[in-house]
Design a binder for this molecule. Structure first.
Ligand SMILES: CC(C)(COP(=O)(O)OP(=O)(O)OC[C@H]1O[C@@H](n2cnc3c(N)ncnc32)[C@H](O)[C@@H]1OP(=O)(O)O)[C@@H](O)C(=O)NCCC(=O)NCCS
Length: 329
């Protein structure tokens, strides 16, 4: 039994099964195309492998292995990001998932990666037995008064005029924004204990995926939106949000402490103007300006790290865990 790079026909056999659990509102053809276009992306050609685990000729399991650059206090590390860990239905409960994990950890060590990490959507004890350690996975919900039920709420933030002031700073995220996003993220990352070092090509890969879902999902998949805040022609920051029903989901709020404070006021105003009653986000986004915000544990996307080098061990304890939602694998 061995772990090897999937041929497209192998990937298709797996996708035929995983369609049931991981196609976010896509038709089967679109789901195949979604994965095929990811694999063909210039960033992915260098940093993404779809691997299968064979039992003779049959495919017993599969997973994605990404090469991700982590930056931490002036050092760069190469981490193996693992995603879509999967045992084919006929092979479940027979130890193949465990063998798949052991094989990929061996592969990552042999290839010289500094660590492996993943985001668990299942009980993390499955990954803990292979040495993966859970990092912070809190999320927060901010409740807002319902402006659709009570018009005075809108008035309290400046009514129509308030919106006119805010509107130019809110726009759909587009590829043309990448240089600006990359620059602000890079500056912000320097002040973080660690994080994913994002190249323009990585940004392009991430946005392509999101845009594909927005354009093809049969669910009401929200488009990523950008909120900007500029101090001068160089300094500033951004927030990336998704608006679905009455919830505004904050994916990133990036900038200096002052810029983040400004971005949060814009974010809250946007949510109120849109009639949202809640804002949610992962733990590193919690705004200081609102005092101590209560975190609740997430049941999905729990980051877990398996350091292969001593220098990376302290990252497990960092609070809040600075990994952002857009870096989910
Ligand atoms: C999770 C998954 C890969 C496990 O594969 P598997 O081949 O059945 O796992 P194994 O037979 O090697 O099980 C190893 C151990 O993990 C445990 N385990 C299996 N699935 C688990 C789950 N969902 N959560 C926690 N533990 C799990 C088993 O009970 C077993 O424990 P034991 O040795 O004490 O009996 C498989 O159930 C799967 O493909 N699920 C659907 C896709 C998915 O959710 N992937 C995870 C994404 S983060």
């Amino acid at each position: 039994m061995k772990l090897e790079r999937a041929e497209w026909r192998d990937a298709l056999a797996v996708l035929n099964e995983t369609f049931k659990i991981w196609s976010p509102g896509l038709s089967k053809t679109d789901y195949y195309f979604y994965i095929a276009s990811q694999l063909a992306h210039p960033w992915a050609r260098k940093n993404y492998r779809y691997m299968v685990y064979r039992d003779r000729s049959a495919i017993a399991g599969s997973l994605k292995v990404y090469g991700i650059d982590l930056a931490s206090r002036g050092y760069r590390y190469r981490a193996a990001g693992l995603g879509a860990v999967y045992t084919s239905e006929a092979y479940r409960g027979k130890g193949f998932g465990a063998k798949l994990m052991e094989s990929v950890i061996r592969l990552a060590r042999d290839e010289g990666f500094d660590a492996a990490y993943l985001f668990s959507d299942i009980d993390p004890t499955f990954y803990a037995r292979f040495g993966f350690r859970q990092m912070g996975s809190g999320e927060f919900w901010i409740r807002l008064p319902d402006s659709t039920a009570d018009p005075s709420v809108l008035e309290s933030i400046g009514g129509k005029e308030g919106w006119e002031i805010l509107a130019p700073d809110v726009m759909p995220v587009e590829f043309k924004h990448i240089p600006q996003l990359e620059r602000h993220h890079r500056q912000w990352l320097r002040r973080q204990p660690y994080g994913v070092d994002r190249s323009p090509s990585y940004w392009n890969y991430k946005l392509s995926r999101e845009l594909f879902l927005y354009e093809h999902s049969r669910w009401a998949w929200p488009r990523l939106e950008l909120i900007t805040h500029q101090i001068d022609s160089f300094a500033g920051g951004y927030a990336i949000v998704e608006h679905g029903q009455q919830v505004l989901r904050a994916l990133e709020v990036v900038g200096s402490a002052e810029v983040r404070r400004q971005l949060w006021s814009k974010l809250i105003a946007l949510a109120v103007f849109r009639g949202c009653t809640r804002i949610r986000g992962w733990e590193p986004l919690a705004p200081d300006s609102l005092g101590k915000i209560k975190l609740t544990p997430r049941s999905w996307g729990v980051p877990m790290l398996l350091p292969f080098r001593k220098q990376l061990e302290p990252l497990v304890e960092v609070e809040p865990c600075p990994l952002l939602e857009l870096d989910h694998l």
